[in-house]
Write a protein that binds this ligand. Structure first.
Ligand code: DAH
Length: 362
């Protein structure tokens, strides 16, 4: 390439005299081709001669860049009359080589390549790996939990995060002004009905979907409901004001507490390992009777991972199910808590902190 640049061309003082030294003029028999390319050449060399180091990138873009004048001229070859194409192509390519060589020399004169210019491109450097996205640990945990249940015949359903207090509380056997409402500190939506009462809130748990699903569907019901929940809560390492739960509900004829135990034991073994033991202890939740908390054995201790119980007859009759005929069990667990156990995470606030040092570990 350098050989095509006449050594005596002084690109700094580029002038009409340069045309005489054109190597490629030999190829340019056609004046229609000659004129624009020769003009382009003269103009480009003159501009290059006037460039300071800071102008080099602009010059490169203007003449040789993707939308540069010479590049466009080269691209226009196809539109030229057939008998001109060959000569024009050869001339334009020769000019391109010449301009590149002139550029290299100009850059040299100006004291070496500036950052970002062509000469700064070292094609022998190893490539940069492009960043690959991945699923958030909460999403992955939700998928692990729901697929454990869907392989046992549960459907996966989602529900609204802004909920009526009816579904969040009343339909779950937590009447208005009942002290049990204090178990869940609530964020209310600031929108009052005509009677001045606020009825909408950010759901405090995924349990409201129990009633919504049963209202829509006849038994048998077997669903798990993953989703985000909210509480009016001061945050610390184990409390967040927003977090995720997975709710479960199975209702049909003849379901017993043994079904609850068998299903949740199987779940614990799929998520936490085949030898996992579980423990059920009595607990109180207004929408189940009896209610339990389930713990798993973990490094020599019992760790509670979810609440569960047999669906309260009042919840069943509230949605029009006959509690004499149908029975069922329900359960609810905190997703972040399960992810924290599995991965040894010690602060629940990490999940929403959006810190890549944390997220890229999963
Ligand atoms: N909704 C409860 C909570 O947020 C968890 C729960 C307990 C769900 C027992 C259930 C259940 O379905 O049976 O604390």
């Amino acid at each position: 390439m350098a050989g095509q640049v006449p050594a005596k061309v002084d690109i700094i003082g580029a002038s009409s005299e340069l045309n005489l030294n054109l190597d490629h003029t030999r190829l340019m028999g056609n004046p229609k081709i000659d004129v624009p390319l020769a003009e382009l050449r003269a103009e480009a060399l003159r501009a290059l001669g006037a460039c300071t180091a800071a102008d080099i990138d602009g010059w490169l873009a203007r003449y040789l860049g993707r939308k540069g004048e010479l590049t466009l001229a080269l691209r226009g070859i196809a539109e030229r009359p057939a008998d001109e194409r060959r000569d024009f192509g050869a001339a334009a390519n020769a000019l391109k080589d010449e301009l590149e060589a002139a550029l290299a020399r100009r850059v040299e004169e100006l004291g070496g390549p500036a950052k970002g210019s062509v000469e700064a491109l070292d094609v022998t450097l190893p490539g940069r790996r492009s960043l690959q996205g991945r699923l958030h640990p909460t999403t992955r945990t939700i998928r692990d939990i729901t697929s454990a249940f869907s392989s046992m015949g549960f459907q996966v359903v989602e529900g609204p995060e802004v909920e009526y207090d009816h579904y969040n509380f009343s339909a779950l056997n937590i009447p208005e002004d009942h002290p049990a409402r204090d178990m869940w500190d609530t964020l209310w939506v600031d929108r009052a009905d005509a009677d001045g009462r606020r009825r909408m809130l950010m759901r405090t748990h995924t349990s409201p979907m129990q009633a919504r699903i049963m209202e829509r569907q006849k038994p048998p019901v077997r669903v798990v409901v993953p989703g985000r929940c909210y509480r009016y809560e001061a945050t610390d390492a184990t409390h967040e004001w927003h977090f995720h739960q997975v709710e479960g509900l199975a209702v049909a004829e003849g379901i017993t507490f043994a079904d609850l135990k068998g299903t949740l034991l199987e779940f614990a073994r799929r998520i936490f390992g085949a030898d996992r033991k579980v423990r059920f202890r009595c607990d109180y939740f207004p929408f189940v009777e009896p209610g339990v908390d389930m713990a798993i054995d973990w490094k020599g201790r019992w760790l509670e991972i979810m609440g569960a119980g047999m669906v309260h007859p009042r919840v069943l009759s509230g949605v029009g199910y006959d509690p004499e005929r149908y029975t069922g069990f329900a359960f609810g667990m905190g997703v972040e808590r399960i992810a924290m156990l599995r991965h040894g995470i010690d602060d629940i606030r990490q999940f929403a902190a959006n810190d890549l040092r944390f997220l890229s570990q999963f």
